[in-house]
Design a protein around this ligand. Structure first.
Ligand SMILES: [Zn+2]
Length: 98
């Protein structure tokens, strides 16, 4: 679970989900109120994971029904977000991706 780099408190899953937004990487610590940012490595790993799940689209031209592919997204994306929150690392400063 993510640990605040300002007060060293480890966030619960509920707090992490509440603090994060779909857009943007800025989060506010529920304990000390400091701004925290999702680390560069976490964002890189998550983007890579989403990319690999998206590769499933490539199966459609090979005769796999699109419904199977979309159905598998329903399984993969909740799992992805769960692991994203679970292994998220925080930083005090915004780290540019590139
Ligand atoms: Zn804090």
């Amino acid at each position: 679970m993510p640990t605040c780099q300002n007060c060293s408190t480890t966030w619960t899953m509920k707090e992490t989900m509440k603090s994060s937004s779909v857009l943007g990487i800025r989060m506010t610590c529920p304990h000390c109120g400091a701004a925290q940012y999702v680390s560069k490595q976490t964002r890189k790993n998550f983007s890579l994971a989403v990319f690999f799940v998206m590769l499933l689209n490539l199966l459609i031209p090979f005769g796999i029904s699109p419904w199977y592919v979309f159905g598998s997204y329903l399984v993969f994306f909740p799992f992805l977000f769960y692991t994203y929150y679970k292994h998220m690392k925080l930083s005090n400063e915004e780290e540019p991706l590139f």
